[in-house]
Each structure stands twice: as structure tokens, then as C-alpha cells.
Design a protein around this ligand. Structure first.
Ligand SMILES: Nc1ncnc2c1ncn2[C@@H]1O[C@H](COP(=O)(O)OP(=O)(O)OP(=O)(O)O)[C@@H](O)[C@H]1O
Length: 308
């Protein structure tokens, strides 16, 4: 790995009796797109806030661009763009003024900010909405504006906490496209998400995090290869028949998972597994063969689904 831009060692945050983040280690390289994938409450936002220096850790160490955010918060934040989980734009101001006023917090001059705002509006595909009040924008537009705003000080590292939660599929794809562009010009992206497709789309490398601990680390492909089979056969029999059929499915794949609404058969050849199910005289209500995903990795590691 090239020289890491973020290094965490034994990073810990304890609230009362609860460890929200329980001694985690990770390194993020410059230009890398790094993900923290985990369900609600896993400790992702807490980790992000410790990186950004807005929350004090209770243990371990952390360096961001060679500086400790606990001691040098303002300097660290000058290197970072921060996109919080909830948009905190000023709804009463215009789209353009949101960018300019945010830039003033960094002490940037108006002459610079006027030109920068034009560039960022174009990046966010909001040029024709520059004078509109933020309150009139759609959720996807607000999200793009929040990202544009985070870029006003030209940060080399962007922290994105659940960037597409609450957006419809089309708005998510537009946002991913914008993030790809940033990645192309060398911005380091640190993304938290509980969407496995988002992690697969955006992240070069990720950690799977659950209850404040790292369960696994690698590229999406490595994680799938190490913790799952090539394919998965999903069959639905109806909840009342599940128990009766499970015993007959057990030796078809290398592993099975029984979820409330379906049974997952892990196998390298889903079609062959489906034929084996039919050969036993079992007829599922629906069946589907698909590639293994990070959701399967999470299920394997924790016994639970990413999204409740
Ligand atoms: N101020 C606080 N006081 C006490 N407990 C907290 C506080 N903030 C977070 N926690 C707890 O720490 C754990 C991790 O929370 P965190 O917000 O980091 O999770 P997350 O992975 O970001 O999930 P989400 O996607 O829901 O934000 C949770 O159990 C949460 O209840």
C-alpha cells in the first residue's frame, strides 16, 4: 500500500458500558475508495466522526494526513470534506449561497468562491438551480449539493456517511456517477453504508463491521471468494413448509441459510442445485439463481442480514 492517509489502531469509543467502536484497526491509502459496511448501530458513524475530529475517542490512536484529529481538529478538517448522514444545508438560502457561505467558514475569499461555486454547481448538475431556495430541491439534489459543498476547500479526502440512504434508485445512480468522477481525479473516498450494492459499486476495499468490531477486510471480490460460494440458489416454499424441506436440501449445497421468507442454498453451480431440488420432488413457489454478494458475506460472518 502507498503511504496511508488515514491510520487507526485499536480505535475505541465507549459510551457508559457500551463500546460503540471496539478496538478497530484500518489503514486507508491515498486515492483509495474505502468502505465501512455494516448494519444500523454497527459503529460506522461513530468511526467517521472520530476521523473528522468531531468526536473524541476513548482509546487507541488515529492519524489523518499525519495529524491526530483529537488534538489538531481544525487542521485535520482543512484536509477533509465531510458529507454527514443528514443533510444540514440552509434551506432558506439559495443553492449558490449555501456553497459561498460554507466557503467563508474556511476563510476563502469571495473572488475564489464565486468561480468555485460555478464549478461546483456544474459538478452537482445544479447549474440551472443556482438561485433556487434549497427547500425546493429534491432529496437527490440536496445530497448532490451537500457533496458539492464539501468540496469547496478542495479536500483530498472525502468522508461520506451513508451517502444514498433515502434516495430512489435513479437518484442513487446519479450520485454514484458523481462519486466515480471524484475517484477518477484522485480524491480518497471513505464511505459508510449498509447497502451491499453500494459497497460493491464504490469501494476498492472495505471492512465489514458489526457491533463495533471488524469482522473481515478485503476487496469486494476477495470477501465474496473467501466467505461465500460462487452462486446462491434462493428458494421459497412458504414459511409453513420450510422446516419440512430444510432437511432435504441440506446436502445439495455446501451450506444453507434459512431466512424468514426463503432458503438460501450456497453452491458453485446454482442451476445444478435447482435440478437436484426438482429431482427430489420438491417444487418451490419461486426459485432464483444469483451470484454471491456482500450480503451473503455478512450473513455468513454474523448470522444476520445487513438490513433489518
Ligand atoms: N451519544 C451516544 N450515546 C450513547 N450511545 C451512542 C451514542 N451515539 C451512538 N451510540 C451507540 O453506538 C452504537 C454505534 O452507533 P453508530 O451511529 O456509530 O452506528 P452506525 O453504524 O453509524 O449506524 P447508523 O447507520 O444507524 O447510524 C449504537 O449502538 C448507538 O446506539
Amino acid at each position: 500500500m502507498s503511504e496511508p492517509v488515514i491510520v487507526a489502531r485499536g480505535l475505541t469509543k465507549v459510551y457508559g458500558q457500551t463500546a460503540a467502536v471496539d478496538g478497530i484497526d484500518f489503514e486507508i491509502a491515498r486515492g483509495e475508495s474505502f468502505g465501512l459496511l455494516g448494519p444500523n448501530g454497527a459503529g460506522k458513524s461513530t468511526t467517521m466522526r472520530m476521523i473528522g475530529g468531531t468526536l473524541q475517542r476513548t482509546g487507541g490512536s488515529m492519524l489523518v494526513a499525519g495529524l491526530d484529529p483529537a488534538e489538531r481538529g481544525p487542521e485535520v478538517r482543512a484536509h477533509l470534506g465531510v458529507v454527514p448522514q443528514q443533510d444540514n444545508l440552509d434551506e432558506e438560502l439559495s443553492v449558490r449561497d449555501n456553497l459561498i457561505i460554507y466557503g467563508r467558514y474556511f476563510g476563502l475569499p469571495y473572488s475564489y468562491l464565486r468561480a468555485k461555486a460555478d464549478e461546483l454547481l456544474e459538478f452537482a448538475q445544479l447549474t440551472d438551480r443556482g438561485t433556487a431556495k434549497v427547500g425546493s430541491l429534491s432529496g437527490g439534489m440536496k445530497r448532490r449539493l451537500t457533496i458539492a459543498r464539501s468540496l469547496v476547500n478542495e479536500p483530498k479526502v472525502l468522508l461520506l456517511d451513508e451517502p444514498t440512504t433515502g434516495l430512489d434508485p435513479q437518484a442513487r445512480h446519479v450520485l454514484w456517477d458523481r462519486l466515480f468522477r471524484l475517484k477518477e481525479v484522485g480524491v480518497t473516498l471513505v464511505v459508510t453504508t449498509h447497502f451491499m450494492d453500494e459497497a460493491e459499486q464504490l469501494c476498492d476495499r472495505l471492512v465489514v463491521i458489526d457491533r463495533g468490531r471488524i469482522m473481515a477486510e478485503g476487496t469486494p471480490r476477495q470477501l465474496i471468494r473467501e466467505h461465500s460460494t460462487r452462486e446462491v440458489l434462493e428458494v421459497r416454499f412458504g414459511a409453513d413448509r420450510n422446516a419440512a424441506v430444510v432437511a432435504q436440501l441440506e446436502d445439495i449445497g455446501s451450506r444453507i441459510e434459512v431466512l424468514p421468507d426463503r432458503i438460501l442454498v450456497y453452491t458453485d453451480d446454482g442451476e445444478a442445485a435447482l435440478e437436484a431440488v426438482a429431482a427430489r420432488g420438491l417444487s418451490p413457489i419461486t426459485s432464483l439463481v444469483r451470484r454471491s454478494s456482500l450480503e451473503d458475506v455478512f450473513l455468513r460472518l454474523t448470522g444476520r442480514s445487513l438490513v433489518d
